[in-house]
Design a protein around this ligand. Structure first.
Ligand SMILES: [Zn+2]
Length: 87
């Protein structure tokens, strides 16, 4: 079973990997080129891990699983990430 949530629901596990809030990061979909904050994408969270999908074309931008002390991250569906920070 998986429930469709918004991308903010993926913020917790993303924050385990990245040292900042990823929900405000702008992600560009490799499928359709749409750009938006990760918090506004669709998130599916289930026993195998978390999948963040484009709400327009359903491409999986981020797949993230935590298995036996290892994070497995597949980001082939995210063409570009724009991460605010620095100067
Ligand atoms: Zn898309």
């Amino acid at each position: 079973m998986e429930n469709r949530l918004d991308g903010n629901a993926a913020g917790g596990i993303l924050h385990e990997v990245f040292p900042f809030d990823m929900t405000a990061t702008q992600a560009t979909c490799a499928g359709c080129g749409a750009t938006g904050p990760i918090g506004a994408l669709a998130a599916y969270i289930h026993g195998m891990g978390t999948v963040v999908r484009c709400p327009s074309c359903d491409t999986a931008l981020i797949r993230l699983a935590h298995v036996k002390g290892q994070y497995w991250m597949d980001m082939r569906g995210a063409r570009v990430l724009q991460i605010s920070g620095g100067r």
